[in-house]
Design a protein around this ligand. Structure first.
Ligand SMILES: O=C(/C=C/c1ccc(O)cc1)O[C@@H]1O[C@H](CO)[C@@H](O)[C@H](O)[C@H]1O
Length: 519
């Protein structure tokens, strides 16, 4: 009898595999786990005329992506027609998808067009109140990023944005306005979205606003790639600390939310199994998320950064170190998309790497002619599911299993004139990608990682920074002229995953489902 059961189960298991049904299912994650989709204000909405992000300065011909003028023109035309992602329709899409959380950012310039030097904009406040209330009504937990790159243009003009310590005052002012206005309904705040990557793009390569850099990292009119990224980073860390202390001292007690920061965590593997490439991996990790998480959680910058950068890396005063130690955060947000190989550039000659050059490493997506994983629409992301478990486990160990949310993970499709809307909605590559990364995440959780949520980037196709509208990350396809949303196959997959019906389809009887789970 038992043997017969085993045969049945094995056959069903095989069938599930053959039919492309994932082995991962909702029950492998804790019941109160947050599953959501992720977005940012600048990318999902009409362009905000007051904010600084991709104004012309950053569209220098020398930028790494060598952005073509025609992409930008298309971007501009479509951007003016983009509607806000607050429509009842979009909240309804989320509701029917079955997610229990939505990650979005608040446009700083929309709330405070002139930072602390001007008034609160009531239209902006009404906009976010409507969004938050709409989500809460549908049982969708708002998961809010206070700053996802864009800042009021005024702050750039007055004192040079992140390069001035003045911005620490502005950031905590803005954060406090958010806590005061929206905090009664917000249980999750993140101060910043992946400054470890955006700062490099803004001040090391110059391809995000304000487009500053110097050779050999890039060619820009102004900037200093060896110093400015770390000044900006220092101001971000101190801004984070200020905002967290304001929240802890004045709001957390009565509002009862959690506050953290989100970082980009590419996973790195050594190009060759040599000591120098293994050290290159350590450096790449230290110049990545640990640039921010080490000071915030361990009190100072990673030793690898100090060794390479010396005096170019700012120092925390002993007073600031005490504040870091007593403030910290409640959770870590991790944005994870890809793994790459890295090789040493201290003992070996290298070209300049656009993201990792400061760590004296070079990154590659291929070894001996074999790609590290399947290509995606974005040249900088490959499908390498094992990286999720590796990375989550690394940060679990380094930061003593601090509660963690995967604030972004997702897959993009590249547009060109030959691709039809139908090709976009038939997104089996995205299903394979998400399924693989969730399987890897479930394994990390099973081994003890305190991960509490996962967000797909993104609900809708949107504005992908220097790639404009040419990369589509959405579960829903957006027709940029009509703004019509069409579900891709991945919508159906995610919905079935969330309701548990991926399995239930095969096992209508719950007792069989139970047997399958324990097997
Ligand atoms: O992670 C990245 C970008 C990485 C990268 C870009 C260019 C390179 O050359 C290398 C890496 O952004 C995150 O992932 C998303 C999808 O991209 C963005 O839309 C989000 O705004 C951002 O949080």
């Amino acid at each position: 009898m038992a043997a017969a059961w085993l045969v049945v189960l094995l056959t069903v298991h095989r069938l599930l595999h053959l039919s492309g049904v994932s082995a991962v299912d909702r029950s492998q994650f804790p019941p109160d786990f947050l599953f959501g989709t992720s977005s940012s204000a600048y990318q999902a909405r009409r362009r905000n005329l007051h904010s600084t992000m991709l104004h012309n300065k950053s569209l220098s011909e020398l930028c790494f992506f060598r952005l073509k003028a025609d992409i930008w023109r298309v971007t501009k035309v479509s951007a003016t027609g983009m509607s806000s992602l607050t429509s009842k329709e979009d909240i309804e899409l989320m509701h029917s998808l079955g997610v229990n959380s939505y990650r979005f950012s608040i446009s700083w310039a929309r709330i405070l067009p002139k930072g602390r030097f001007g008034d609160v904009n009531p239209d902006g406040v009404a906009f976010y109140n409507a969004l938050i209330d709409g989500l809460v009504q549908k049982g969708i937990q708002p998961f809010v990023t206070i700053c996802h790159y864009d800042i009021p243009h005024e702050l750039d003009e007055r004192y040079g944005g992140w390069l001035s310590p003045e911005i620490q005052k502005d950031f905590s002012y803005f954060a406090e306005v958010c806590f005061k206005l929206f905090g009664d309904r917000i249980k999750f705040w993140t101060t910043f979205n992946q400054p470890n990557l955006s700062i490099k793009f803004s001040y090391m390569d110059g391809f995000y606003s304000p487009g500053r850099c110097s050779e050999p990292f890039g060619k820009c009119a102004l900037g200093n790639s060896s110093i400015e990224p770390y000044i900006a980073g220092h101001n971000i860390i101190l801004s984070h600390v200020n905002a967290v202390s304001v929240y802890r001292n004045k709001y957390q007690g009565k509002q009862g939310g959690q506050i953290g920061i989100a970082l980009s965590i590419t996973w790195y593997e050594p190009f060759r199994n040599t000591t120098i490439d293994l050290l290159a991996v350590k450096r790449a990790l230290s110049f990545g998320a640990s640039w921010f998480l080490d000071p915030i959680l361990l009190g100072d910058y990673p030793t690898e950064m100090r060794e390479v950068l010396g005096q170019s890396l700012p120092k925390f005063t002993s007073k600031q170190k005490k504040r870091l130690q007593s403030t910290k955060l409640d959770f870590i947000g991790l944005n994870h998309y890809t793994t790459c190989y890295v090789k040493d550039c201290i003992f070996s000659p290298c070209e300049i790497d656009p993201v990792n050059a400061d760590a004296r490493v070079f990154s590659l997506y291929e070894r001996d002619g074999v790609p590290i994983g399947k290509a995606t629409g974005a040249p900088f992301f490959h499908d390498v599911p094992r990286g999720m478990e590796e990375a989550v486990t690394y940060y679990k160990q380094r930061y003593n299993n601090t509660p963690t949310y995967i604030t972004e993970n997702g897959y993009s499709q590249a547009s060109n004139s030959n691709v039809t809307a139908k090709d976009f909605t038939n997104d089996t590559g995205r299903i394979t990608y998400i399924q693989g990364y969730l399987t890897s995440l479930a394994s990390a959780i099973r081994k003890g990682a305190d991960v509490r949520g996962y967000f797909v980037w993104s609900l809708l196709d949107d504005f992908e920074w220097n790639f404009g509208y040419t990369l589509r990350f959405g579960l829903y396809h957006v027709h940029y002229k009509t703004l019509k949303r069409t579900p891709k196959l991945s919508v159906d997959w995610y919905r079935k995953f969330l309701t548990g019906s991926l399995l239930r389809r095969k096992f209508r009887d719950e007792s069989q489902l139970h047997k399958f789970n324990s097997y």
